[in-house]
Ligand binder design. Structure first.
Ligand code: ADP
Length: 356
């Protein structure tokens, strides 16, 4: 939150080891942005975390306060996500590896037609792992991860939105390779309506400008990932910028089984494989987030069962989570996505989705 302050340790600084740097094999795309001087210093600076410190030269033309805010509130140093942590979505993960991760790791190999897209759009129902994929990409490519939601751009950063977008991309370019993840991208790039106010129109224009520049050799390796539950709100100008558009669907039965297994891991439970299979069958239409809510509720079952004794109980005497607890929780849990919405995603994917 805003009051956090303190020292921010960008994850990618400490463990940014051995991706083969393209610069050792000559500059990517055969072009040279004249960046050789800064390239040598770029990777060993630390986050600027107080007002005393000077901004690095490359960022000195920017509003210092805003740069600090970005580093504190938008640049993420939290938990790392691996592709293995993401259940199911086999095709999506494979595609992401081929079109994004490898090209970001080896820009010298992935040139021309193989070049990484500047913009990746992840669309589909909420709670299906879009954010996880964004984080996994950043982790896998040792990129700095910046994450912001469109609604905070237009509300929390009110009045500074346009400048924030510009500064954000400058900081990202400086910290390349970088992934800029923008949640609810639809509300940022929504089709122009006559009611649209001047401020959000300017943010949108600035964002499109930055998207055009992202990933070019001048800007360093910056991948923009937009996530949306409402892809149909994106206009042509927005779609065109996200050259890769991937549908992240609801988990199918097998994926749901894996998700439940993963979530039960490290918990005291006595569900059999067969019972987990039944749960996977009966949770048709559940998203990953819905399943998590279900498991969380079921995990409370043993505690509820203890009633008033729960606060005095010995940990070893807490009964294991059982199938019965799940059945009870299932009664109170409905999938958050309507079947009609799914039809819309499938249709949008057919028309605008990228073929694999
Ligand atoms: P969104 O698609 O809305 O960005 P998230 O990636 O934030 O969804 O997922 C929300 C939560 O749901 C995750 O933190 C995770 O606990 C769970 N989840 C959703 N999909 C998956 C998945 N495929 N594998 C593992 N966990 C998942």
């Amino acid at each position: 939150g805003p009051g956090k302050g303190g020292i921010v340790q960008p994850r990618s600084q400490s463990n940014r080891p051995s991706i083969p740097p393209s610069s050792s094999n000559g500059p990517p795309n055969g072009s040279n942005g004249g960046g050789t001087v800064s390239d040598t210093t770029k990777n060993d600076h630390n986050t600027i975390n107080d007002d005393e410190e000077e901004l690095p030269e490359e960022l000195q033309h920017l509003d210092k306060e805003l740069v600090l805010k970005i580093q504190n509130e938008i640049m993420e140093s939290g938990e790392t996500v691996n592709f293995d942590d993401i259940a199911g979505l086999k095709d999506a993960k494979q595609t992401v590896l081929e079109v994004v991760v490898w090209p970001m790791q080896r820009p010298d190999v992935f040139t021309g037609l193989r070049r990484a897209p500047n913009g990746l759009l992840l669309f589909g129902p909420p709670g299906t792992g879009k954010t996880l994929i964004g984080k996994a990409i950043a982790n896998e490519t040792k990129a700095t991860f910046f994450s912001i939601s469109s609604s905070s751009l237009t509300s929390k950063w009110i009045g500074e939105g346009e400048k924030l977008v510009k500064t954000l991309f400058a900081v990202a370019a400086y910290r390349e390779p970088a992934v800029v993840f923008i949640d609810e991208i639809d509300s940022l790039l929504t089709q122009r309506k006559s009611t649209e106010n001047e401020a959000s129109r300017r943010i949108k224009t600035e964002f499109l400008v930055q998207l055009d520049g992202a990933g070019t050799s001048k800007q360093g390796r910056v991948l923009v990932i937009g996530a949306t539950n409402r892809p149909q709100e994106l206009d042509e100008a927005a779609r065109r910028r996200f050259t890769k558009r991937m549908y992240i669907p609801l988990p199918v039965e097998g994926d749901r089984r894996v998700l439940i297994q993963v979530m039960l891991k490290n918990n005291n439970h006595k569900l059999t494989e067969a019972q987990i299979e039944i749960l996977a069958k009966e949770t048709e239409g559940f998203s990953g987030a819905d399943l998590k809510a279900l498991c969380t509720d079921a995990a409370m079952g043993p505690i509820r069962q203890l009633g008033a004794k729960a606060m005095e109980v010995d940990v070893k005497d807490i009964p294991p989570i059982s199938f019965k607890h799940f059945k009870r929780s299932l009664k109170g849990t409905r999938p958050s996505v309507a079947p009609d919405d799914i039809t819309q995603y499938v249709e949008w994917d057919r028309v605008y989705g990228s073929s694999r």
